[in-house]
Design a protein around this ligand. Structure first.
Ligand code: CP
Ligand code: NVA
Length: 303
């Protein structure tokens, strides 16, 4: 049987997400009630980090332990990956010693080459192009608060980055619309969007993108790996902070999301991120629950 990987949001169908959402609800309920759930007893997750992380590491590592398995953390600094061992060789070796692998790295091509040489499922824990685990947690969070996301409008205010490209894929799968506002020079790369995708509109003005949205979301102005562009980005993003006037253009009950870590006073005002419409802590927590469902599914299939 072909191994299933989760390298980008479009890798799963709506049926699979519907199943995973139901599993995540059950798994979350068990977690909240201290009910043991150990379907991955004696299984091992290897986590490879080539960029920093708090939430991704913690949610995968804690999640794997809670499922009865073990998680091993490797980073570029002190593994042979940092000394030029080919990705293909690393994949061959690692996948003979564990049951599932999560990678956070730079180019999507790296994780694809890794997966092509892996005997076990590979999960994208963030690349330059995509962050599918986060967007899955965000959609789960939206559904918990507001019900179905189909037919709704999500406003994206920020650069075209890994989060946006994953939101655009999710819009096609779940049938919602994304209003995209990116500053000039930081706009969508058509090569990263399926030509079939009709689920988004582009706006010049970030406030216009928020108009009547059910969810407003943003992200750091400088993603990991782009640090040398920080000064230029600070200039280009002047006026792009998600603040109360922009939220007022959205639906009265619109939610605010941010994958975190956040910079108050840059991409979002403190008033918004710490205000009543913000669900950022739920988003972060839900990484744990949806990824446990994902690990269970990739290792064991549908239960
Ligand atoms: N949102 C997210 O992926 O956070 P970390 O970078 O802390 O893992
Ligand atoms: N777009 C951000 C997300 C961090 C979780 C980055 O890639 O740094």
């Amino acid at each position: 049987m072909a191994i299933k990987h989760f390298l980008q949001f479009a890798d799963f169908t709506l049926d699979e997400y519907t199943y995973l959402i139901e599993r995540a609800k059950i798994i979350k309920h068990k977690f909240k009630n201290y009910e043991p759930h150990h379907p991955l007893l004696d299984r091992t997750l290897v986590m490879v980090f080539e960029k920093n992380s708090t939430r991704t590491r913690l949610s995968f590592e804690a999640g794997m332990h809670q499922l009865g398995g073990a998680a091993i953390y490797l980073n570029t600094r002190d593994s042979q990956l940092g000394r030029g061992e080919p990705v293909e060789d690393a994949a061959q070796v690692m996948s003979r010693m564990c049951d599932v692998i999560m990678i956070r790295t730079f180019g999507q091509d790296i994780i694809e080459r890794f997966a092509a040489n892996s005997r076990v499922p590979v999960i994208n824990g963030l690349t330059n192009e995509y962050h599918p685990c986060q967007v899955f947690a965000d959609i789960f969070t939206f559904i918990e608060h507001r019900g179905s996301i189909a037919g709704k409008t999500v406003a994206w205010v920020g650069d075209a980055n890994n989060m946006l490209y994953s939101w655009l894929q999710a819009a096609e799968v779940f049938g919602f619309h994304v209003n995209v506002a990116t500053p000039a020079g930081y706009d969508i790369d058509p090569a990263l969007v399926a030509p079939s995708n009709q689920r988004y509109s582009v706006f010049k003005d970030p406030a216009d993108a928020c108009e009547a949205a059910h969810l407003v979301t943003t992200d750091v102005w400088t993603s990991m790996g782009y640090e040398e562009e920080k000064a230029a980005r600070l200039k280009a993003f002047d006026g792009w902070m998600v603040d109360a006037p922009k939220m007022q253009r959205a639906q009265a009950d619109a939610l605010f999301m941010h994958c975190l870590p956040a910079h108050r006073g840059e991409e979002v005002s403190a008033e918004v991120i710490d205000g009543p419409q913000s669900v950022v802590w739920d988003e972060a927590e839900n990484r744990l629950h949806v990824q446990k469902a994902l690990l269970e599914y990739l290792v064991l299939g549908k239960l």
